[in-house]
Design a protein around this ligand. Sequence first.
Ligand code: NOJ
Ligand code: NOJ
Length: 455
Amino acid sequence: MGWLNFICALCLATSVHADEMETWIQSARPKVLSKLSKNISPSGTAPGVVIASPSKHAPNYYFHWVRDASLTMGSFYAEATEAHLRIDKYLLDFLNFSRRNQLSGALGGLAEPRFNVDGTLTGDDWPRPQDDGPALRAAFFIELANRWLAEGKEDLVREKLYNGKADCVIKPDLEFVSHHWQRTSFDLWEELHGHHFFTRIAQYRALKDGAVLAERLGDPMAGGWYKKQAQSLEPEILRHWDESLGYLVSTLDRDAGVDYKFSNLDTSVILGILHSTKDGEFLSVTDDRVLSTANTITEMFRSIYEVNKKALRGVAIGRYPEDRYDGLVGSMATTTGNPWFLTTAALAELHYKVRKSFQKRGKISVTSRNLSFFSSLGLDESLTAGQQIFSHQTVFAKILQRLLQKGDDFLFRFAIHGSPELSFTEQFNRNTGAMQGATDLTWSYASFLTAVQAR
Ligand code: NOJ
Ligand code: NOJ
């Protein structure tokens, strides 16, 4: 279905049917993948560079950010694999470039946030260190190592990815993470210094999977050490749950940076859950604390953005309520934040993943924490805390159907604020809904792909 038909379907019906959504998604996927790949090593940059955006001023995002690059390469790799495309050259280039980054002697060490497109240091006073970077980079390469091992490429894994010594790409990051996770650093939004949920859960994932890989490749001492650090992180991560607020707060122990994030409510928590947890394990998508956080975020953004008061399907989601970054200027005295594409896609992805998880388990437990999440699904019957719902019950099927629909509502929001040619910036204006900020943001494309992969 073309863009216009898709929009017309919206005009005629209050909700686009899931089948129509599916058709549109399948036609959009290759186009979005191609947009994303244009930002990988574009001409004039070193092989392996992932630019955050082609925008060179207001804002200048023409850099290789370690966080954006690691996350978007994950999405790119998953999508290319599903589409049966070979991207070996991209992977090897990214690997070699990442290795160069690690050896660059940067001020921020391995937690240097970003590099010039020729691989040199930026030498500016950018907020550093950002400790999520090495963890996300390690997590991507560990995933790749596991894939290559499954394909019988153990020699290549040992040569490039993990050899138990420092001259490979994974181990230096794991060593760094395992020795630095206790300290505070700048958050993923590059504004606030403290202990961040997003950073910590990324560190946890890298250490947990790193431990298994190290054991498997004959480095048991390291494996045991990474495992122990991951275990020590668990209680620290759970400290972010605030029972009286009813959500996982994003930052603890703030020691520098912006001072106006009073709510401590931030979609980065959801991003952390999506990127760094696994279904059925520690603090995964269906945990009642996560569902409560997701619902609080959604209702908060519903009430603060003008664009959410229009009779339009879905809810536009931003970073956090007090956000002042408008995507254009760095000084934020008079500006206000907006919804972002990647955070709106994150809520879609969460709903799809929650649905899959319930479906797999055949059981849903309603608790006092997640009750409001379920109430927001608009079911005919009201649920009560303590109730167990099993797969043979009609309400079970209804919940699954509403989760898909709600996920599609968010994805619809994502789509309708972009261009018909499927171009997406970083943000869209909170009043008008028009695109704003860095053009063709790599992470926006990646977030669409991970959402539809989850769907
Ligand atoms: C660019 C950062 O990356 C963004 O997150 C921040 O809000 C602005 N600079 C202002 O510091
Ligand atoms: C600003 C975002 O806050 C940050 O997370 C991102 O790394 C940079 N822009 C580059 O996209």
